[in-house]
Write a protein that binds this ligand. Sequence first.
Ligand code: AHR
Length: 520
Amino acid sequence: MKNSKPLSSRLNLLLFAFAMTATVSFAQTKMSVKTTEGKTTIDKHIFGHFSEHLGRCIYGGFWVDPALNVPKQDRIRMDVVDALKKIKIPNLRWPGGCFADEYHWRDGIGPREQRPARINTSWGMGTEDNSFGTHEFLELCSMLGTEPYIAGNVGSGTPQEMANWIEYLNYDGDSELAKLRKQNGHEKPFKVSFWGVGNETWGCGGEMTPEYYSDLYKRYATFCKNYPGTTLKKIVSGANSDDYNWMEVSMKNIPIWQMWGISMHYYTVVGSWQKKGSATAFGEDEYFKGIQKALHIEELIDKHSAIMDKYDPEKKVALAVDEWGIWTDAEPGTNGSFLYQQNSMRDALIAAVSLNIFTKHSDRIRMANLAQTVNVLQALILTDKEKMLLTPTYHVFDLYKVHQDAKLLPVQFESPAYSFGKESVPAVSTTVSKDANGTINITLTNVDATKKQTLQTVLEGFDWKKAEAQILTSTKYNDYNTFDQPNKVKLNKFTDFKKDGNQLSVTLPPLSIVSIQLTK
Ligand code: AHR
C-alpha cells in the first residue's frame, strides 16, 4: 500500500522515534542520599553465616582428614579460614539446623578417641564421630575472629542439658563443669553469648505448635543463666517464612525481657520443594523467578515486623533471619542428603538483593545467617579434596563487609523495572552507609539480565576527593566458578562512574553488583 503521509511528516516521525529510543537507552535513574541523616546502625551480625553438621560443611569443609595435603591447624583447614577472615564474618551459627536438636554436647568433648559414634539421622544417616565438638568449634571461631552462635537442643534434649552446656562454656568459678572445661584444655570461660533455644521447632526441631513451644521456650530460657562476664542473647526459634501466627503467638506469650531475638527462616526455592531446579542449568525464566522469590522476603519482613511492633514498639527484640539463601537441587551425582549445590551469578545477585533488604530493615533485623558456609546450599566456599574455590556469593560478602556496623543512610529513588513476560521486579537496589571514618560506601545491584542502568546520584552535603570501586559481573546469570576455572566470576576494578560536583554518575552493566567507596 502506498504511504499517504508527506515526506516531511514521515521524517518528523522518524526523528521522534529516534529521540524516544535515545531517551530510553540513556534513561537515568535519579537517586538522592541524605548523607547527614543516618540514624540506624547496620548491625554487623546481618552478615553472619551458618555451619551445620550436614554433608561436607563441617567434615570435609572446615574439619578435614589429617592426611589431606592442605595447610591445617589441628584438623581445621587454613585456606578456608583465611578466605573467611578476609570477608570478616561476624558470627557463625552451629551445630545446626535440624542437627542441633539431635546433638548432645557431651558427645563432643574430651579425648577424641573416646568420643561416641552417633548417627546423623537428620542428614543421610552417616556416622557422626564427634571429632568436631564444642572446643573445636570455638577454636575455629577464634581463628576466624568471629562470634559463635550456638543453637541448643530443645527437641531431644532437656533444660538441664542445655543449662549444663552453658555453665561448661561460660562459668569461671569453682564447679564440676567449669573444672571439666579446664581439664579439656580451656582454662578461661568461652563467653558464648548468642544462644538459640532450639531450631525450627515447628518442623525438624519437634513438630510443635507455637503455643507449646513458647511455653517450652520460657522453661528452657529460665535455666539458661548469665554467668558473670557473659550476658546471653537468647534467640527464640521463630517462624517458617509466612507463618505469621507463629510470630503472633510467640510475641504474645514470651515476655520481651526473656529474649534477645526471634528467628525467621526463608529459603528461595525456584521450583517446588520436590523439584527445586538446577543450580546452573536454567534459562531467563528461572533466573527471573529466583530473583522474584528472593525479593519476596521483604514482604515477610514487613509483616513479621508489624506483628513484632505491636508487642515491642521500641524494637528491643531483634528479628534474626538465621537461615536464608537459595536452595536448588543437589548437584547431579552427589548424595542428595548432603545438599551440595553449585553457585552462580544468580546466587550472587540473590545475596546482594537480600542483603539490601536486610540493611534497609536494620532497625529490626539485627542478625542474619546465610545457609551455609562451605559445601552446603548457597555456600561461600566449595572444596574438593585439596582444591578450594570462592563462589560468586563469597564475593558479594566481600563487597558488603564495608557496611558492617556503619550508619545506614536514607536513599530516595525509584527503580526502573526489569520485566520478564508479564511480570516485573525492581532492577536496581542499593545499600548506602557511612562508616566511623566518615567514608561513604555505596553498593548497587542491577538484576536486569540485558539492560544497563545509568544512575545519577546526589549526595547531599558530601564532597569527596577520592573514589574507588569494584564490580562483580558476568555475561550470563548462570556463570559459575569451577575447580578448573575458579576465577570465571570474580571481583574487578570498576571505572564506569564519574563525579560532577556532589553528583555521582554510574553506569551499571546488566547482572552486576558494584561497590563504590567515597572518601573526603
Ligand atoms: O540449612 C538446611 C536445613 O534447613 C537446616 O538444617 C534446617 O534448619 C532447615 O530446614
